[in-house]
Write a protein that binds this ligand. Structure first.
Ligand SMILES: Nc1ncnc2c1ncn2[C@@H]1O[C@H](COP(=O)(O)OP(=O)(O)OP(=O)(O)O)[C@@H](O)[C@H]1O
Length: 630
């Protein structure tokens, strides 16, 4: 590097004095050529401050010593050139011993031989102070930084949380500014509308999704409660409204529009809404289920009332008692037909147990958990038949004060027992036929056709074939009912069951009357067996009940006042006075009849002595006395 011209030459002294002043000035001064990035001169103080020899300082790049990147130095230099001076305390010099030194620099530009130079006055901070300052600054910075970082993190987390929350919730959420333009739309909202978030932002969303009422009438923004929140600053709700999708379809919603108020000013509103289609559907299903439940309840109440009526009238369920061939046949028939759904027609005299058979069939069927409903057709007035069978609507006829379920509906899923079917009027027979064929009917006074699934068991004591022949009973109906005929035998046809039945009723009725342990004499039992029983089993029940009530002691006193006449096969005339001869003849006849009834057997079980209620020896002596040939 060249020595400065002014160090040599004619004005040496002056320059020398100046030079000395420069050289030994307590301030550290360097002359910087910024373009060359070199110091052109420097004094002793500068050399001390920077910790380099003079030669080192004149050789090294200035930026390296001043510790500043070139652009910063250029900026500083330019500022000094432009403004005539510059000052900075941000220079950190790397001293020759490797230490760093913070330096305060003042710069004055000079032009020397056409070259722009800068005279820099350097003031170094004491090292300790520098370190101290540095440490303080760092501490402050670090503290601030940590605090700032915490706040930032918190903010970030919050924000992320909010974003996540708003994005993830199933509810639609959007916000509008005071102009009614969308400023935020969450993905759920956009998805529900069929628009993208970007398409909605900045738009008047009312026009996009709330433009029409449920019935299609236009919905003006002025009437919109969502936008109202922006105008009046109050929360608005919608419960019965629909939002429209991009594709023109609508869905029912519930929404809340909450104004956003900042510094007493309304800056917009946040809208939260929910698609309630599913809830509506559930509500509808619930309503339907409730209606069904109500109908079921109605039916159950009717059934219950019916069953209460049944219980109070007669029924306890009993097994069929008997071992006779006809009874064994019936039990077999029940086993066969019970599990099928076939209609059954039971024929037999009154009181022979037709209903008992019907109940046993129902019990043997798959329908046993559903009701068996009985209609005694003989007890229904002709004009009420249809209503009894099919039900009616309130006001369908005089006296129909409320809706009523018919017996067919009551028996749905179960069995309908039509007792005394021969009594059904002809007009109704065709309607009955239709239910049997199609399972369909209408309530009286109602258009609606109803369906049922009912099995029919009918019973009659009439000769239905004769009724068909006499055109009082429809033949097609007869065939429908007579799918599986069962004959219920009279008691006369199964006398051998009488002892079993008698014992059964003594126990059963005795238990009811609280008269346990009663029994029949062998003679009485034989007389019961010999009796003709026009009233069949029901009559036997009555006789036993009467005996239980009137008897004193354990032995029952059977009262069959007409029994003799029955056995004699001729009517007795109680008031008639008989001669001795007539009396003997009567006794003779009685003995003969008893012998006949017992097939000639005189003694032992089922013998005439037992039947007559006398000892075998008494019978033997009477036969002898009256010359009856056995
Ligand atoms: N085999 C039997 N075992 C036990 N009890 C019987 C038997 N048969 C009938 N009964 C009883 O006799 C009574 C009359 O029977 P049920 O009412 O079934 O006769 P029914 O033929 O239906 O009479 P109706 O034609 O008069 O209605 C009932 O109390 C019934 O329980």
């Amino acid at each position: 590097m060249d020595e400065l011209d002014y160090i040599s030459g004619g004005t040496q002294l002056v320059y020398s004095a100046r030079h000395m002043a420069f050289e030994h000035c307590s301030e550290a001064i360097v002359v910087l050529n910024p373009q060359a990035d070199r110091f052109e001169d420097l004094n002793v103080a500068a050399s001390h401050l920077l910790g380099y020899t003079r030669l080192e300082l004149l050789t090294l790049p200035a930026t390296e010593i001043l510790g500043h990147p070139l652009p910063d130095l250029v900026a500083f230099t330019q500022s000094a050139m432009e403004h005539g001076s510059a000052w900075s305390d941000r220079f950190t010099c790397r001293r020759g011993d490797g230490e760093y030194l913070q330096v305060e620099v003042s710069a004055i530009p000079i032009a020397f031989k056409g070259r722009p130079l800068l005279v820099l006055t350097l003031r170094g901070h004491r090292r300790e102070r520098f370190h101290q300052d540095n440490a303080q600054t760092e501490q402050a910075m670090r503290g601030g930084l940590i605090e700032w970082r915490d706040v930032f993190k918190l903010f970030q987390e919050n924000e992320r949380g909010n974003q996540l929350l708003l994005s993830a919730v199933g509810d639609g959420i959007y916000s509008i500014d005071s102009q009614g333009l969308a400023t935020f739309v969450n993905p759920a909202a956009a998805r529900m509308f069929g628009w993208s978030v970007e398409e909605m932002l900045g738009k008047n969303v009312h026009l996009m999704h709330h433009h029409s009422h449920t019935d299609g009438r236009p919905y003006s923004v002025e009437d919109c409660p969502i936008y109202q929140a922006v105008r009046d600053g109050r929360v608005h709700e919608g419960r019965q409204e629909v939002f429209w999708r991009r594709d023109g379809s609508a869905f029912p919603v519930e929404f809340t529009s909450t104004p956003v108020i900042v510094d007493d000013g309304i800056i917009g509103a946040v809208v939260v809404f929910r698609d309630i289609t599913e809830r509506r559907n559930t509500e509808l299903q619930l309503q339907k289920a409730l209606a069904e439940l109500r109908a079921l309840k109605e039916r159950l109440e009717e059934q219950n009332a019916y069953l209460q009526e049944e219980i109070s009238t007669e029924h306890q369920y009993r097994d069929i008692v008997g071992r006779s061939a006809p009874i064994m046949k019936i039990i077999h028939q029940i086993d066969v037909v019970g599990p099928t759904d076939a209609n059954v027609l039971i024929h037999g005299e009154s009181g022979t147990g037709k209903e008992l058979i019907a109940r046993a069939i129902h019990q043997a069927s798959q329908r046993r958990d559903h009701p068996l409903i009985r209609v005694n057709c003989a007890a229904v007035p002709a004009e009420l038949f249809e209503s009894e069978f099919f039900g009616h609507l309130r006001g369908a006829f005089t006296g129909a004060v409320r809706d009523r379920i018919g017996r067919f509906e009551l028996a749905d899923g179960g069995t309908l027992f039509l007792d005394e079917i021969g009594e059904i009027p002809l007009e109704l027979q065709s309607k009955l036929l239709r239910v049997l064929q199609e399972g369909q009917f209408e309530r009286v006074g109602e258009e609606r056709t109803r369906s049922v699934n009912v099995r029919i068991i009918a019973a009659t004591n009439r000769d239905l074939r004769a009724e068909v022949a006499a055109r009082r009973f429809r033949e097609d109906l007869f065939f429908r009912l007579n799918v599986f005929p069962i004959h219920s035998p009279s008691l006369r046809e199964r006398r051998s069951d009488i002892p079993l039945l008698a014992v059964h009723f003594i126990e059963q009725i005795g238990a009811r009357l609280k008269l346990p342990g009663r029994r029949l004499s062998k003679g009485d039992m034989a007389r019961l067996q010999g009796y003709d029983w026009p009233g069949n089993i029901r009559e036997l029940q009555n006789v036993i009940e009467r005996a239980l009530i009137t008897s004193r002691g354990k032995e029952l006193n059977i009262d069959l006042p007409v029994i003799g006449a029955q056995v004699h096969q001729e009517p007795a005339e109680p008031r008639r006075i008989l001669t001795e001869a007539q009396l003997r003849e009567l006794e003779r006849d009685n003995l003969r009849a008893a012998l006949e009834a017992c097939g000639g057997k005189q003694f032992g079980k089922g013998g005439a002595a037992e039947l007559l209620g006398i000892k075998p020896t008494t019978l033997a002596s009477r036969l002898k006395k009256l010359s009856v040939v056995s």
